[in-house]
Ligand binder design. Structure first.
Ligand code: FAD
Ligand code: 2HG
Ligand code: ZN
Length: 494
């Protein structure tokens, strides 16, 4: 397999000049444009947040940021950029973890944050129609009084936008229960790379009228068009939610535990999340938990969080209590110990431990994040293989890679392998990790990107998970939608 990091060059694209800014000003209010060009002269530090990703790993060079308020404005901007061959990077909440929302050269950033109105909500069908720039948490709060919840939830909910979620096909903590956005998104409004508005904002559950074009933009990472509006099916809030946190003596017990829990809880199981010992200890050091005493945890190797969402609190609690009891009293117990949340506060602190890991990792140093799908049985040996490799190369320890850990959505076969460089990113660390990790994943017939996307991080690793034929047809699709290659150039496709 080939491995090379090609830095894309965009000789086909023009930089933004003063005249362009004057034109953008005729479309947008002056306050909707940030630019370091003299006609606007925004300080570079105002543009800075749009030029760096959440991890501080990707640094962009955009000198102009446009913040349209309407779909019509987006369309006019894109039409003009197509004429002038100016590259566009759509940006939502900028919480993406693969560098997809950061410019590579002099593309403009088109930020959707000012398009943040709910267009409609039908409490009978649960269909929500909203601007792409609405923040996920605001949408949850909007529908909560109607007893509905968003079909997805993730640690970045306070900043990520629904348009960004759709463009990355974000998975998150509710996928096990409600499925992927490919199922829950009913319609999209998209501005295509020539400025045409594609209005497919359907609210229908069933619509088999030919090719389902919207699916291309779900996970399209802004390379085929700009999502401006979203129609999404929101489920009724469950009547009862509970969770348990289990400590396991060894990783090998995770698989049989998953089978046992599924069998015993049946339809009420709504999440099954994994945390290894390194991640758990890191969480504790940063003030998460403790959910169990140090004595109870002992030398447990890993932990599992199980959530139930059902219709009857007493019934669900009885099932969970029976589960815990049977796990603890088995002849060869799969768990060392476990705790069942007794109050909403405890329920939240169990979730906080799992959801807070990404923030803790960020406090530990600079993370190399590998969001992969591998068979569940391989979760721990993938993490161990990476740690051993760094040890064998003399790159393990506080001077280089200080921690290698795994957590993630076991129930979906999605491992988040986090490799922490205590004192920052260094080319020799990356060279030791890549393509080594991609090769391990490919050997196990996994995916190099389970839910975070390809962006610029994994563009050259795409072939580890996609065949030549698939990549060729992806290129053809890109060519049909964006023949000028102005829409998020250099992302996704090698
Ligand atoms: P951005 O980061 O702004 O953009 C992401 C990509 O989408 C870029 O390629 C960008 O060009 C494109 N884009 C953004 N908006 C649009 C639009 N309107 N039209 C076209 N293209 C667009 N991800 C998961 O899948 N599951 C998780 O559990 C999860 N947890 C996270 C927890 C934390 C603390 C953090 C920081 C990130 C997490 N992520 C997770 C990753 C990230 O939050 C998601 O990828 C999220 O969906 C990105 O949304 P955003 O609005 O921030 O998009
Ligand atoms: C999660 O599941 C997110 O918490 C982020 O997808 C994963 O921190 C990560 O690597
Ligand atoms: Zn995740």
């Amino acid at each position: 397999r080939r491995w090379a990091h090609n830095i894309p060059t965009f000789s086909h694209l023009n930089s933004v000049n003063e005249e362009d800014i004057a034109h953008f000003s005729s479309i947008l209010a002056p306050t909707s444009i940030l630019s370091t060009l003299s006609s606007v002269s925004t300080p570079a530090d105002d543009i800075a947040p749009y030029n760096v990703d959440w991890m501080g790993k990707y640094h962009g060079q955009a000198n102009s940021v446009l913040r349209p308020r309407t779909t019509q404005q987006v369309s006019e901007i894109v039409k003009y950029c197509a004429q002038r061959k100016i590259g566009i990077v759509p940006q939502g909440g900028n919480t993406g973890l693969v560098g997809g929302g950061i410019s590579l050269q002099k593309e403009i950033v088109l930020s959707l944050g000012a398009m943040n109105n709910v267009r409609s909500f039908d409490p009978v069908s649960g269909v929500l129609v909203a601007d792409a720039g609405c923040i996920l948490q605001s949408l949850s709060e909007y529908i909560a009084p109607h007893n509905h919840i968003m079909p997805l939830d993730l640690g970045a909910k306070g900043s990520c936008q629904i348009g960004g979620n759709i463009s990355t096909n974000a998975g998150g903590l509710r996928l096990l229960r409600y499925g992927s956005l490919h199922g829950t998104v009913l319609g999209l409004e998209v501005v295509l790379p020539d400025g045409t508005i594609l209005d497919q904002l359907s609210t229908l559950r069933k619509d088999n009228t030919g090719y389902d074009l919207k699916q291309l933009f779900i996970g399209g990472e802004g390379t085929l068009g700009i999502v401006t509006g979203v129609s999404i099916l929101t489920p009724p809030a469950p009547q009862a939610t509970n969770n348990i946190f289990l400590a396991l003596p060894r990783f090998d017990n995770v698989l049989p535990l998953f089978q046992t829990v599924k069998r015993q809880l049946g339809e009420i199981m709504s999440a099954f999340e994994y945390i290894d010992r390194t991640a758990y200890d890191m969480g504790l050091q940063h003030g998460l938990g403790p959910l169990l005493s140090a004595d109870e945890v002992g030398d447990s190797q890993c932990f599992v969080l199980v959530e139930t969402s059902g219709g009857n609190q007493d019934h669900d609690l009885e099932k969970l209590n029976n589960l815990l009891e049977s796990l603890l009293t088995a002849d060869e117990p799969l768990i060392n110990t476990g705790v069942l949340s007794q109050s909403p506060t405890q329920f939240n602190s169990i979730w906080a431990l799992r959801e807070g890991l990404t923030e803790c990792v960020q406090k530990e140093g600079k993370p190399y994040k590998y969001d992969v799908s591998v068979p569940l049985a391989d979760f721990q040996n993938v993490v161990d293989a990476v740690r051993e490799r760094m040890i064998s190369k003399g790159l393990y320890g506080d001077h280089a890679i200080s921690k290698v850990m795994g957590y993630g959505h076991v129930g979906d076969g999605n491992l988040h392998l986090n490799v922490i460089a205590k004192h920052g990113y260094r080319p020799e660390l990356e060279a030791a990790l890549e393509p080594f990790i991609y090769e391990i994943v490919a050997d196990r017939k996994g995916s190099v990107s389970a839910e975070h996307g390809i962006g610029s991080m994994k563009r050259d690793a795409l072939h580890y998970s996609k065949s030549e034929v698939s990549i060729e047809w992806m290129r053809k699709v890109k060519q049909v939608f964006d023949p000028l290659n102005i829409m998020n150039p250099g992302k996704v496709l090698p």
